[in-house]
Design a protein around this ligand. Structure first.
Ligand SMILES: C[S@@+](CC[C@H](N)C(=O)[O-])C[C@H]1O[C@@H](n2cnc3c(N)ncnc32)[C@H](O)[C@@H]1O
Length: 495
């Protein structure tokens, strides 16, 4: 596999690379391996071509869509030959929905490729000298698999919408023919239509039964579905959550409804929500253009505005929009890997940066003297405070704010805390340069970096390696079977 951006040297006898691969030309290629992001990799005239939706061993006919000089982009026209180890995908929507990338690859192969992708990414993308880069793949441990390979997701977000959206110009006016109101996923690049989903093998089976109820409710009430082109209609998105270890359920309808429309709507939802076993039935107003409400107004119609979930012996309250790992059982594996990597002692003072609702910090608190969490999302911090109280953890506190700012304020020399271990769990974009700077200036003995993006992890790792740290180990953990997402836990030790 190669994700290198180096351009190898050519002698004057060999034709320039990729000469035949002009946009629009068709080629037959055999997929060699998988790359970061999920696409298959092949070569034409020695130049790398990224082939989305393929797996190693498949022979495919492709059409080049872009020649980026160092690599090519393409679209698959036809699979000419199956891979030897290809399996029948379980889901009828596999090729259309875009949620799963590798459902046609056996699970043991999927996780082996993930492990290899971590090694390759660190070797090729870490911005340090080549001799240091060459040592990094050897630090990557065997991946920890997900305890559940199917039905592992505790949360489902779907869109109400239309399966077809036709527009016509009439007398200078644009008319929208939105047809077949439904519920499903937007296919990649399709924001105005929704692919009706009749099965999904990633979300928890109980969530599937909640979804069937919602479908029946849609048919019975015929409430108008929101059209993102005209901004008319009521039902926008649906959020379903399940506490897998508590058997609590949440249904949240995200709607665009004016005040006078809400009361009659509530009656519909209450009749619907009369079903037993629902811990939380919410109606959330979203009047914005975007599907993610900026100032959500939450109406609790049944139960409470959160569900609880358990991790180990800890209980967490999950509000509709707070971050909580979507694979509960694999999250326990991840947090155990973090504790093993951190290898804390009673005197350690730990910073849990990007702490969400404080799940990692609350688990680590039992092994050390003190934990301080930092998080920017206001409701996540409220959830963190509440759960720490309910879990009776006395040695944890939290700061609300952007990590880069709080770290600069709190970590400066002579600050209140001297952290011996800093745990970093940033979003996909990785660390803000000021956060990296503040961590380096604080000089903790250990840095535990939890990453959901090997590319940005490689970038940040470069800064820590140059800043006086050694990479001890990188533990990949699979939280997302059948997708190309990769989670890793790395531990760095101060030299
Ligand atoms: C990958 S999640 C990790 C959450 C938590 N550690 C867990 O395991 O559940 C990243 C978290 O960082 C928060 N976040 C994003 N940008 C941030 C920033 N600049 N400063 C502080 N927190 C941030 C997000 O709200 C989110 O809760």
């Amino acid at each position: 596999m190669s994700i290198s951006t180096d351009s190898p040297i050519q002698d004057s006898e060999t034709p320039p690379k990729g000469i035949s691969a002009k946009p629009g030309t068709e080629h037959t290629v055999t997929i060699e391996t998988l790359t970061f992001g999920g696409a298959g990799l092949a070569h034409i005239d020695g130049i790398a071509v990224f082939v989305p939706g393929t797996i190693p061993g498949q022979q495919v006919q492709i059409v080049i869509t872009k020649n980026k000089e160092r690599y090519l982009e393409c679209r698959v026209l036809k699979v000419l030959r199956r891979a030897k180890d290809e399996v029948q995908p379980r889901c009828q929507h596999f090729h259309d929905c875009g949620g799963c990338t590798w459902q046609n690859l056996p699970y043991d192969k999927q996780i082996k490729y993930k492990e290899d992708i971590v090694r390759e990414t660190l070797e090729h993308l870490t911005p340090v000298d080549a001799d240091v880069r060459a040592t990094l793949p050897g630090r990557v441990l065997k991946i920890i698999p997900s305890p559940q390979v199917f039905h592992y997701r505790n949360k489902l977000e779907m869109s109400f919408g239309f399966a077809n959206m036709r527009t016509e110009e009439k007398a200078g006016k644009r008319i929208y023919f939105d047809e077949n109101p439904t519920i499903g996923f937007h296919q990649p690049g399709e924001w105005s239509t929704v692919l009706p989903i009749s099965e999904c093998h990633l979300y928890d089976e109980q969530i599937g039964s909640l979804l069937s109820d919602v479908r029946r409710f849609m048919q019975d009430t015929r409430l108008p579905v929101y059209n993102p082109k005209t901004h008319k209609g009521i039902l926008r998105t649906l959020l379903l959550r399940r506490g897998v270890q508590t058997n609590e359920h949440m249904i949240a309808f995200i709607v665009k409804a004016r005040k006078k429309e809400l009361e009659p709507l509530f009656q519909h939802f209450m009749r619907f929500g009369g079903r037993s076993g629902l811990t939380s039935l919410l109606v959330i107003e979203n009047h914005g253009m975007n599907d993610k409400p900026e100032m959500p107004k939450v109406h609790t119609l049944i139960g409470r505005p959160f569900i609880t979930e358990r991790l180990f012996d800890l209980t967490f309250e999950i509000s509709p929009f707070s971050f909580f790992q979507t694979n509960t059982l694999a999250a326990e594996k991840l947090y155990k890997a973090i504790a093993d990597c951190a290898d804390l002692n009673r005197k350690d003072v730990v910073l849990d940066a990007y702490c969400g609702m404080g799940t990692i910090g609350q688990y680590l608190a039992r092994f050390c003297e003190k934990v301080v969490g930092v998080e920017s999302h206001p409701t996540a911090i409220e959830d963190a405070l509440k759960s720490a109280g309910k879990n009776r953890i006395g040695n944890i506190s939290f700061f609300k704010g952007r990590a880069e700012q709080v770290l600069l304020d709190q970590l400066k020399a002579g600050g209140k805390y001297a952290f011996s271990v800093i745990v970093l769990d940033p979003p996909r974009a990785g660390l803000h340069p000021k956060a990296t700077e503040a961590v380096l200036a604080h000089k903790p003995q250990k840095i535990v970096y939890v990453s959901c993006n090997p590319g940005t992890f490689a970038r940040d790792l470069g800064a820590f390696l140059k800043g006086g740290y050694d990479l001890r180990s990188v533990q990949p953990v699979d939280l997302f079977p059948h997708t190309a997402h990769i989670e890793t836990v790395a531990v760095l030790q101060r030299k």
